[in-house]
Design a protein around this ligand. Structure first.
Ligand code: PGA
Length: 242
C-alpha cells in the first residue's frame, strides 16, 4: 500500500484529486468508482477547479458510484444522486448518461443489484475506485458482518451509521434504514483504489483496518489484500501510525 500523509483535509483533497485527474488524463475513457460523504467534498471541488482551467476533461469518462439509500428518489436532497449532481457532475463535462448510481428506489431491488453488477462488468470494471471509511470500518455501505458479500446488495444500515449520517438529515428518524451498495468483490476488482480519510475521528478505525487482522467485522481491512491501494490521509487521521 502506498501511503500519502498530508497536513490537513485540504491537502488530502488536492493530492487525491491529483491521482484522479492523472487517471483521467492517462485514460480519457476511464471508469471512475466514486464515493459520497463529507470526506470527498474537497476532492470534487478541486477537480471542478481544474476542469474550469481546462486541465482535465471528463467528456469520455464513465462514473459508477458505490452506493445509494433505499427509498429516496434521485431528486431528494439527501440522496447520493443529488449529492453527486450538485457537488460534481453538473459542474463538469461528464455526460449525464454516463453517470451511474444504484437506483435506491427500485421496486425490484434484487434485479437492480444484479443489473448494477452486470453494468460494472460490461464497462470492463473500475479503473479507479475512490473510497472513504466509515466509523465502523465500512466501505461503501458494506457494514461489519460475519461475512463479506461479493456483489451489489441491499443492506440494513447499522444504528451507528444511521446516527453518523443523521447530521445530513433533519432527524435521526429521517435517515433511511436500508441502502444498496456495491459488494466487496466489486470494490476489490478495481484496478486502483484511492482510500481517503481525514480527522481524528477516523484515526482509530483507519489504524485497525490497515494494521489489524483482515475480517468482515472491519470491512475496510480487506483492502490490505488489494495490490494497488493508495491511502491519502491527513495527520489527524494517521496519528496512530508510527
Ligand atoms: P464521511 O463518510 O466521509 O462522511 O466521513 C465516510 C463513509 O462513511 O464512507
Amino acid at each position: 500500500m502506498q501511503i500519502i500523509k498530508t497536513t490537513d483535509h485540504q491537502q488530502m483533497s488536492r493530492y487525491a484529486a491529483n491521482i484522479i485527474s492523472a487517471q483521467v488524463i492517462m485514460k480519457p475513457t476511464c471508469v471512475l468508482g466514486l464515493a459520497t460523504g463529507a470526506t470527498p467534498m474537497g476532492i470534487y471541488k478541486q477537480l471542478i477547479e481544474w476542469y474550469r482551467k481546462n486541465d482535465v476533461d471528463f467528456s469520455l469518462v464513465t462514473s459508477v458510484n458505490l452506493d445509494e439509500y433505499c427509498d429516496l428518489s434521485g431528486d431528494h436532497e439527501q440522496s447520493y444522486r443529488y449529492y453527486m449532481n450538485e457537488n460534481f457532475f453538473r459542474h463538469i463535462n461528464i455526460a449525464p448518461e454516463n453517470t451511474f448510481l444504484p437506483a435506491g428506489d427500485a421496486a425490484d431491488y434484487e434485479k437492480e443489484c444484479s443489473d448494477y453488477d452486470a453494468l460494472i462488468q460490461r464497462l470492463g470494471g473500475l479503473d479507479l475506485q475512490l473510497l472513504g471509511i466509515g466509523h465502523d470500518g465500512h466501505i461503501g455501505f458494506n457494514e461489519p458482518a460475519d461475512e463479506y458479500v461479493p456483489g451489489t446488495h441491499r443492506v440494513r444500515l447499522l444504528d451507528e451509521t444511521i446516527e453518523a449520517n443523521s447530521r445530513f438529515f433533519s432527524g435521526v428518524d429521517k435517515v433511511p434504514k436500508y441502502a444498496l451498495t456495491m459488494g466487496i468483490r466489486d470494490i476489490m476488482q478495481a484496478k486502483k483504489i484511492v482510500l481517503v480519510a481525514s480527522g481524528e475521528e477516523k484515526a482509530e478505525i483507519l489504524h485497525k483496518a490497515l494494521t489489524g487482522p483482515v475480517s468482515p467485522r472491519i470491512p475496510a481491512s480487506v483492502l490490505q489484500l488489494h495490490p494497488n491501494v493508495i491511502l491519502v490521509a491527513d495527520e489527524m487521521a494517521m496519528q496512530h501510525f508510527a
